[in-house]
Design a protein around this ligand. Structure first.
Ligand SMILES: *[C@@H]1O[C@H](CO)[C@@H](O)[C@H](O)[C@H]1NC(C)=O
Length: 174
């Protein structure tokens, strides 16, 4: 049995009790707006999204990470953190130049990347995007973080305390 097959079987068996991990595609956006976890204000005052103050970036996650139940506001994934490690490669030749391999960042989920309207990158629960990946992080950052649209290995991690403190300002933290 290929180890990837074994891993897939294990993941299926333990998904209900274990945090999501695996490979995901990434893109980048920067809008300064309140996301689907109620962080910031509708006028755009969202000062801690830069990955500067706390060392943590924020991200819009695809539906399975944001909320496997399909919620689009205050999903269970709001305020969870993931360690993303770059593979250095984009998922296809025409969809990004890739970047450095082996670099890691921590992102906190503060927004949803809905499948509807974003099917190229952001899969529905149980589905895949156009490149065959089940998960996606749209990283909120003003400039490239570790390359252009790199595929990452990701795992859930405990949020650094500064990020937990920042998250307490979000509507969905209440
Ligand atoms: C993130 O993943 C990298 C690569 O596995 C690892 O070296 C690093 O310690 C991880 N960081 C955290 C905070 O878990």
């Amino acid at each position: 049995m290929k180890s990837s097959t074994l891993l897939a079987l294990l993941a299926t068996a333990i998904t209900p009790i274990v945090a999501i991990s695996g490979q995901a595609t990434t893109t980048r956006y920067y809008d300064g707006l309140e996301g689907a976890c109620g962080c910031g204000t509708s006028s755009g005052a969202f000062s801690w999204q830069l990955g500067v103050a706390s060392g943590v970036y924020t991200a819009a996650a695809s539906q399975a990470i944001y909320s496997s139940s399909g919620a689009t506001w205050c999903g269970a994934g709001c305020g969870t953190c993931y360690n993303l490690t770059s593979t250095g490669s984009s998922p296809c030749q025409d969809c990004g130049t890739g970047g450095d391999a082996g670099q890691s960042i921590i992102v906190m989920v503060t927004n949803l990347c809905p499948n509807n309207g974003n099917a190229q990158w952001c899969p529905a629960v149980g589905g895949t995007n156009e490149y065959g990946y089940s998960y996606h992080f749209d990283i909120n950052a003003e400039s490239e973080v570790f390359g252009d649209n790199v595929v990452v290995n990701f795992e859930e991690v405990a949020c650094p305390s500064a990020a937990v403190s920042d998250y307490s300002q979000c509507v969905c933290a209440a």
